[in-house]
Design a protein around this ligand. Structure first.
Ligand SMILES: Nc1ncnc2c1ncn2[C@@H]1O[C@H](COP(=O)(O)OP(=O)(O)OP(=O)(O)O)[C@@H](O)[C@H]1O
Ligand SMILES: [Mg+2]
Length: 363
């Protein structure tokens, strides 16, 4: 799939923008702070209705204004226009001018794989960050997944509130808690299965890809979940056994809300033993594996965004990465060093986009 046209209104440091892209390589270059990341962030927001940055949606709206709009034409089997409107009250999404009320129906349509230097936190940070990466990846493949996740979070909140109530108020109904628990387990198992499937798929690609990028090392992922190898009956028993603990803590202490993902390089936990370079290679390998999963599971080639990937990498590694960048995947590369990137693109067609203070000059 390709993005053919992008229109922005009051998005970050862009007041107004309208531009077209090449189907293959688009190189966005300019000085620090000019708006390169903002431009690819807009493409990401168009696809997922939110940023890859942690910050609030409001930061996407150009300061001093109160509405931002991102609009784009995406070519896949069909060509459609997508629109994301952001205001301080919330957001709206549209496909071909039809309002989509459920975000979960919107975000599996445009498929994106994005690398940003901050993604290293996927290795280093807490389990909740890794769950987030996993959730975003799976939501793009499977519309039901995000619906299940939303429902699970609602049930979890209700169950936690009821636990607190039971603790304070002796005559609450244990049978009501059982109903909540049973539902939580049913949906939790669906989420577990989706995550397990995704990580199995990851493992079928990531080892080879890591070797092609880093030249040496065996990378493997491990899915860690309270739900691992347990069926519904066994899980019901676990929740029963945990009830007094849950009541004391006033929350559900067991479940897929604690899931984690571990990266192992040659058998060692990458988070604790890996070097910076190895961790970065693992993240890049994850991203290229995401592409393979989209191809295999959905028969689509996603849009690839490489934000500031090449700045700290040595020549060998950049060469290895460029081997993956065949011209049948639309790729956006941002850089401050255009010559460096152009060296690797010598016999490919590409579009050069120069950014300066939120304005674009196309070469
Ligand atoms: N909501 C906003 N309104 C106006 N300007 C904004 C907003 N959010 C960010 N900016 C501006 O955007 C600029 C940063 O843009 P961006 O992150 O795209 O830079 P970049 O070209 O990727 O730089 P680098 O090479 O350092 O990564 C900053 O000058 C910042 O002040
Ligand atoms: Mg940037």
């Amino acid at each position: 799939m390709q993005i053919q046209e992008l229109k922005l209104l009051n998005f970050r440091n862009y007041e107004k923008l309208q531009m077209t892209f090449q189907d293959h390589f688009n190189i966005i270059y300019g000085k620090n702070g000019s708006g390169k990341t903002n431009l690819v962030e807009a493409i990401y927001v168009l696809a997922l209705s939110r940023s890859f940055k942690q910050a609030n949606d409001k930061t996407l709206i150009r300061s001093g204004t109160d509405l931002a709009r991102v609009e784009g034409t995406i070519k896949d089997k069909y060509t459609n226009t997508y629109k994301v409107l952001l205001t301080s009250e919330g957001k709206k999404v549209k496909i071909d001018n039809n309002k989509i009320t459920k975000i979960s129906d919107y975000i599996s349509k445009i498929n994106i794989v994005l690398f940003n230097p901050n993604d290293i936190k996927m290795i280093k940070d807490t389990p909740s960050i890794r769950r987030k990466y996993l959730n975003i990846a799976i939501s793009q493949l499977n519309v039901e997944y995000l619906k299940n996740l939303n429902q699970y979070n609602k049930l979890l909140k209700a169950r936690n509130a009821y636990l607190k109530r039971m603790y304070l108020n002796g005559n609450s109904l244990e049978s009501y808690l059982e109903v909540l628990t049973e539902k939580l387990i049913t949906i939790g198992l669906e989420i577990y299965e989706s995550r397990k499937k995704y990580i199995d798929l990851m493992n079928s690609f990531i080892e080879t890809i890591y070797q092609k990028i880093a030249n040496v090392g065996t990378l493997q992922l491990k899915y860690c979940s309270d739900f691992a190898s347990k069926n519904k009956e066994e899980l019901l028993k676990y929740y029963k056994k945990n009830l007094s603990k849950d009541l004391t803590f006033g929350k559900t202490t067991f479940g897929i809300q604690h899931d984690d993902l571990e990266f192992y390089l040659d058998g060692f936990l990458l988070k604790d033993y890996g070097s910076e370079g190895q961790q970065k290679n693992a993240v890049i390998s994850w991203k290229f594996s995401e592409i393979e999963i989209f191809k295999k599971e959905k028969e689509v080639t996603p849009i690839l965004i490489l934000d500031d990937l090449f700045s700290e990498l040595d020549q060998d590694k950049i060469e290895n990465i460029f081997k993956f960048l065949t011209n049948n995947i639309q790729t956006f590369i941002t850089t401050t060093d255009i010559e460096k990137v152009e060296n690797y693109l010598s016999n490919q067609e590409y579009k050069k986009i120069y950014v300066e203070k939120g304005t674009i000059k196309e070469a």
